[in-house]
Design a protein around this ligand. Structure first.
Ligand SMILES: [Zn+2]
Length: 204
């Protein structure tokens, strides 16, 4: 019998082998939107058949994560969460609005002990916030990225969050994810954050 640690590692290796096997049935860049949709439905049909064979346990989540919508980030791979024991909120650039703050607070009320707020390298939302042309084109997105640190401070100051942290019932960590290898490190103040560039008038 393998130790829990070795079982976790072996499980991770098998998950990755499985991903590799499933990736052979992927979208083709030449496909039309209708073909991509048909493939999506077909994969869901197959995946549901697999799920029928392997009903998953429903543990109560102890971790909630906020992660960018970037497709390269896989929260299952990131921490081996094939057990589905995490709540995962995904937004562009991990930016929070009032509803994400409330969602995470609700998770804390439901017994989550660790909230992980992440940022990641090579983030398209952060890049858009630094590009004057993209700032003009996607004003709501860049505003959300600009306000990210202020929203995080606002979230940490919410009484339900601050009181839980103070009582030792909840930890909130801000982490940077290396997009290349998915390794995380604790976010340093100001690092990877995007100060809004000075206002520029591009429309003359
Ligand atoms: Zn991103």
């Amino acid at each position: 019998m393998l130790s829990p640690k070795l079982q976790f590692l072996a499980g991770g290796a098998m998950v990755n082998a499985a991903y590799k096997m499933q990736s052979t049935y992927a979208e083709d860049e030449k496909q039309t939107p209708e073909e991509v949709w048909a493939a999506f439905q077909s994969r869901n049909e197959l995946a549901a058949k697999v799920r029928d064979q392997f009903p998953r346990p429903a543990p109560h989540p102890t971790v909630a994560m906020l992660v960018c919508m970037d497709s390269r980030l896989d929260t299952v791979e990131l921490v081996g969460d094939t057990r589905r024991s995490y709540y995962v909120v995904r937004t562009a650039g991990s930016a929070m609005s009032a509803k994400e703050e409330e969602m995470l607070e609700l998770a804390a009320e439901r017994g989550v002990k660790l909230i992980v707020i992440t940022r990641h390298s090579d983030c398209a939302a952060e890049k858009a916030a630094k590009d004057p042309a993209l700032r003009a084109k996607f004003p709501a997105l860049v505003q959300a990225v600009d306000e990210r640190d202020a929203r995080l401070a606002e979230f940490l100051a919410r009484p339900a969050i601050a009181e839980r942290v103070k009582a030792g019932k909840l930890l909130v960590k801000v982490l940077d994810i290396d997009t290349a290898d998915e390794r995380v490190s604790e976010h340093k103040e100001g690092q990877g954050t995007t100060p809004p560039p000075p206002p520029e008038d591009h429309h003359g």
